[in-house]
Design a protein around this ligand. Sequence first.
Ligand code: FES
Length: 499
Amino acid sequence: MTQLLNVSRAARLAGVSRHEIQNKIGSGQLETFEGEVKITDLLRVFPQIDLDRDPTFEHLEKIKANAQPKFPWQQNELPSVEVLLRRVQTLTGLLVQTKSKLDRNVELLENVTRDVADLSQEKSLSANARDRISSLHQVLTERPDAGDLQPNDAAILFTRNLLLHIIAPNVQFIPSGHEFLVEGGDTVLDGAIRSGLNVTYGCNDASCGGCKARVISGQVVETRSPNCKLSDHEKQMGYTLMCCNTAVTDLVLEAAEINSPAQLPGQSVETVVAGTQELSDDMSLLHLKTPKSQNFRFFAGQSATLALNGGARTTFPIASCPCDGENLHFHVPKPRDEQHYDEFHDLQRGDSVTVSGPVGDFVLRDDSTNPTLFIACDGGFAPVKSLIEHAISIDKIEAYHLYRFASPDMTAYYDNLCRSWRDAFDNFNYTERELSGDPAAAMSAIADDLPDLSRFDAYVAGPRMFAEATKRTLVENGLPADRLSFEILPDREFHLKAG
Ligand code: FES
């Protein structure tokens, strides 16, 4: 039986990115059958797949390790016993079908072997024909016993794929075609959000009905009882609530997605300060936490307005990934001197902050897989970090080129994080430079590294002088102007020296 794998699963089994699989499909090295690839073709194109190492089991271990309490947004767990049993039950049907086909083939082979034996004794045949039939009979009877068979590579991947069905069913949304795996104890909605999809939902608490989606194929199971009930008609139509159901099998769901920042609802969420941390001499991290049932929704790269009880308000880029709308990170520049006292620097754990928005259109192009330049100056790293984290989670970009510039009196904080991205991903390049003198000269250095920018997208965040010099230089060096997005942040966040 030919085993077909969707792109997510093929990537997981081969231990490569989805983008790499899509590249092989695009270049014709991998043939697709309604969007899926054959296990045998996967083994041919990725002969380096390590069959002695089982990434599915390793993944299981990782889920278990993550189940230990760490940071709230990193918690994950195994599916409940009930969910695991339901998934195992659905796979028994496939195994019964496969075993039935195998038994039927063995029976056919035995019949053919018997007929060939009879034929080899047929006196009316020529001696030459009888010899050839005898040879064929010998080949048929010399089949090794099933117990002597070494499992072949395709069979090993077949069983791993079965295990992956139990641990992480695949969900495809229509009409967008977006795909993701539902891992651990996640609901369908958790899986969609974690994988960076901007799906339509409301409370994430089974109360509002905002996450309704229609099951086109596959099975779901409730992870908790919903407070809001679907009507009988909706149930008959196959509707389900994604925030209180998980996948039993692979699913195709008709679900509404938000495609642009303009479609996001305006929000105002009461948060508390979960912590602050000094990132450098110039910058602090402010970590705000929303109520569980009222996550803040935004596109990577957008900003939010923070308001304090005393009336102070300011707008900061959100520095974290929209895949975790409960934990919002902001990089808060330190006041330059005592005259520039900033109340946002005095915030303490437990203080209340109202977060409203989001605002801004410095967001990833959803349709692009181009190699991408991310250029950040000083505090411009905050929205760029959010973009990169989101891009990594949706795994579509061909190559990342991150350039960070620090003005002479600033430090490029989170340098270790950038280095860890470079170490973790083969297609991630990271360069850090001090910005001295004319920003255009620094941009020329990028053009020297990447002489042909015609296939690139670029995202630039920094003060106006920096962003404008960057735009000019990159476009002069071949970057299509419509592939460049930039976010100009107030100079107070950069301490950038003019001239
Ligand atoms: S998001 Fe409100 S019911 Fe699911």
